[in-house]
Design a protein around this ligand. Structure first.
Ligand code: AMP
Ligand code: MG
Length: 337
């Protein structure tokens, strides 16, 4: 299959919607990462997403809507707490997990009794959903196990020959996947941190609990509340170690690795303390660092980096999403300097 890359225009949106009406897949930009979309009400089309990504069949997708009123048909209830969250954070990078209605095909939810729904703020995503006239089921548009794509070029690297169309809307603003919030129980649970932070949610949900798997590996036998938790995500080719120590200690680890003949890099906030060493500097604050992390992981792979040392990152605000993704890239390998 030939894969077209097209800038977002009225014509390319119309083409994308007509392809999706025929059951095809289209990759499209959102404010979080690029999504790989299918008509969410077409179970067979949705199955195509799993095939194109090489995604495990038990890892459900997110249904994307363009109007708050589109939530009700997909779920069995919308209570006052849910409405307050929608009013505060939609459109935006917050995914709500709620009990699903019968309108949602099994394929979207991977057989779960709940459905994850989000209303993106990216204009191209909203135009596409509106033009299709139905929710779009979409996970991130990467091959399973690769970092999520934050540019159309990343999508092309992973999906060339597998899907007919990629809409190019430039780099994604947030750069990490949406916050996933489980509202099905009495205590709301943050399953995945993202652009809507735990602090922002706590203003509405004082009892919010952050799931243990956000910062810790799932214990063997522990149930994954979000199926995505149990898969190895965002893993570059390089063995990544998060070093709890000073820049001098990180530099020493780097030098020892280079002396051992390994192609080595440092993942850091700013390049300043590391001199001539190969660094991937992510930025000056956690939000900027999160938005650049996935591109840096892909660039490390392209360069053939075998070993990487990462500075420890904060866990407040956007730091929680950054640290969550970095921990996964490192396979939870954290060492003292
Ligand atoms: P992606 O956007 O590629 O990260 O994929 C969607 C994410 O949402 C995955 O991590 C899923 O595990 C999670 N997800 C989707 N539906 C549900 C659900 N019903 N309950 C919990 N997590 C979900
Ligand atoms: Mg994904």
């Amino acid at each position: 299959m030939r894969t077209e890359l097209m800038p977002v225009t009225a014509a390319s949106i119309a083409l994308a919607a007509s392809l999706m009406k025929e059951g095809e897949l289209v990759a499209f930009p959102t404010e979080t990462v690029y999504g790989l979309g299918a008509d969410a009400l077409n179970g067979k089309a949705v199955l195509g997403i799993f095939a194109a990504k090489g995604r495990p069949a038990d890892n459900p997708l997110i249904a994307h809507i363009c109007d708050k009123a589109d939530l009700a048909p997909l779920v069995t209830w919308v209570d006052a707490r849910t409405r307050a969250l929608m009013d505060a954070f939609w459109p935006g990078p917050l995914t709500l997990v709620l009990p699903r209605s019968r309108a949602v095909p099994n394929e979207v939810c991977a057989g779960l009794s709940t459905v994850a729904v989000r209303m993106p703020s990216h204009p191209a995503a909203r135009m596409l959903i509106r033009e299709l006239g139905k929710p779009i089921a979409a996970p991130s548009a990467n091959r399973s196990g690769k970092p999520s794509p934050t540019t159309a070029q990343h999508v092309y690297e992973d999906m060339n020959g597998r899907i007919p169309l990629i809409l190019d809307g430039g780099p994604c603003g947030v750069g990490v996947e949406s916050t996933v919030l489980d509202l099905t129980g009495e205590t709301p649970v943050l399953l995945r941190p993202g652009g809507v932070t735990a602090e922002m949610l706590r203003e509405y949900l004082p009892r919010l609990r952050v799931h243990n798997a956000v910062l810790h590996p799932l214990a063997s036998g522990q149930e994954a509340r979000s199926p995505g938790m149990k898969y190895k995500h965002y893993a570059p080719q390089a063995a990544v170690t998060i070093v709890r120590g000073t820049p001098q200690q990180i530099a020493a680890r780097y030098d020892a690795s280079v002396a051992a003949g390994k192609k080595t890099a440092i993942l850091c906030a700013g390049a300043a303390p590391y001199g001539e060493r190969r660094t991937f500097a992510l930025g000056s604050d956690a939000g900027e660092m999160a938005s650049r992390l996935f591109a840096a992981l892909r660039a490390m792979d392209e360069e053939g980096i075998e070993v990487a040392f990462a500075e420890e990152t904060p866990t407040e605000g956007m730091g929680l999403a950054l640290t969550n993704r970095l921990l996964r890239a490192a396979g939870f390998c954290v060492e003292e300097g």
